[in-house]
Design a protein around this ligand. Structure first.
Ligand code: PMP
Length: 394
């Protein structure tokens, strides 16, 4: 049977990681892979997570099934974290899912049950995994204008014009904060306009919230999500705990749905649970129980928030250092956008040949589209990086 298959394309980021690992140069710099790294280049386990795990190990009593919707305490804590008291909870349902990716998957399946073959509009560009998840769910993917290659900001007027032309059968995928891959984000005033547009057209907002707390802080990063969900009758949110809790390999996320009213929420949730039951049946507990333990305990929660603040501030500091170094060395403000971007990434807008040159000549690894992970910048090598970038674009 398998002879019918041809080789599927490999993952570009994983291939780049392999190349980096095989590079013998001690001065090499990895700006590729999308995980947070500390000053030692390590993706650490947060200390609040370690403490929660110790409690779970000491106090756990059973490993029986969790139930299709997952860990209930986790669900309630995530709704408090993401939505606060913004919405009447009788319209809101949540199901734990394996990572932000698993959440996107089950919610896209849900959209396809409601409107088979519906069009989902994604930003140009977007996280490359959005397309296959949507297409494998039966949806049609189209793009709305987003990144401005000149300013490295958002082409907001064009984005809004596209959104204004959509209708109630359309779905709009929005990055709640910390846009991946560009690092360019909407201002609060622009979020207000997006929310008003969605309220007017009736298009369904679908918010990918994979970096809450990585931009300007937990509250600031939730602005767009809260503005949008307050303005519309129905919305979807795919939450990830991979980055902000550093739980990447635990595969922890949540699918949140907001319906018109409680009765519609019950029906919609029954379909979501039916999708989960018919795929992986039930989610695993460990990551969910860690997050529940942290968010329900005042001490662990403040420890986690402090660690998250440190991570975020480190990324902002690296952004400022790199853009300042480039400005000082070149006497031009061409890379000031790095300091204005937020989240883990910036799309530098370099030609692929420049990206390849930086890799070959300097051992500086970034994704082929010139996305860098700012957390990968070694703080003591900022000058080297700035010089190499300026030499490469000459
Ligand atoms: N959405 C975006 C925009 C992402 O960047 C990521 C992680 N790279 C995810 C969703 C999914 O994250 P995970 O499945 O690891 O939680």
């Amino acid at each position: 049977m398998f002879e019918t298959l041809t080789k599927a394309p490999g993952d570009k980021i994983l291939a780049l990681m392999g190349e980096y690992a095989a590079d013998p140069r001690p001065t090499k710099i990895d700006l590729g892979v999308g995980v947070y790294k500390d000053e030692a280049g390590v993706t650490p386990i947060m200390s609040a997570v370690k403490k929660a795990e110790q409690r779970i190990l000491a106090q756990g009593k059973t490993k029986t099934y969790l139930g299709i919707a997952g860990n209930k305490g986790f669900g309630a804590a995530v709704l408090d974290l993401v939505l606060g008291d913004t919405l009447d909870r009788s319209r809101v349902r949540i199901a734990q899912a394996p990572g932000g990716t698993g959440s996107l998957w089950v919610l896209m399946q849900l959209v396809n049950r409601a409107r088979p073959g519906a069009t989902i509009w994604v930003s140009d560009p977007t996280w490359p995994n959005h397309n296959p998840i949507a297409e494998n769910s039966g949806l049609v993917v189209k793009t709305y204008p987003y990144f401005d290659a000149e300013t490295r900001g958002v082409r907001f007027e064009e984005m809004l014009a596209t959104l204004d032309g959509l209708g109630k059968d359309d779905v709009v995928l929005l990055h709640g904060c910390c846009h991946n891959p560009t690092g360019a984000n909407l201002t609060n005033a622009q979020w207000d306009q997006v929310a008003a547009s969605l309220a007017k057209t009736g298009a369904l907002p679908f918010i990918d919230l994979a970096y809450l707390g990585f931009g300007d802080g937990l509250a600031a990063d939730a602005y767009g999500t809260l503005k949008v969900v307050s303005a519309v009758p129905e919305a979807l949110i795919a939450f990830s705990g991979s980055k902000n809790f550093g739980l990447y390999r635990e595969r922890i996320g949540a699918a949140i749905l907001i319906a018109r009213d409680a009765a519609q929420a019950d029906i919609t949730q029954s379909q979501l649970l039916n999708i989960i039951r018919g795929s992986y049946s039930q989610p695993p507990d460990h990551g969910a129980e860690i997050i529940r333990t942290i968010l329900e305990d005042a001490e662990l929660r403040s420890e986690w928030e402090a660690e998250l603040d440190l991570m975020r501030n480190r990324m902002i500091r690296l952004r400022e250092k790199l853009s300042t170094a480039i400005r000082t060395k070149s006497n031009a403000a061409d890379f000031d956008f790095i300091a204005a971007h937020r989240g883990m990434f910036s799309l530098l807008g370099l030609e692929n040949a420049v990206v390849e040159h930086l890799k070959a000549a300097n051992g500086i690894y970034m994704i082929g589209d010139s996305r860098i992970n700012v957390a990968g910048i070694p703080e003591d090598r900022v000058d080297d990086l700035a010089e190499a970038m300026l030499a490469a674009i000459k």
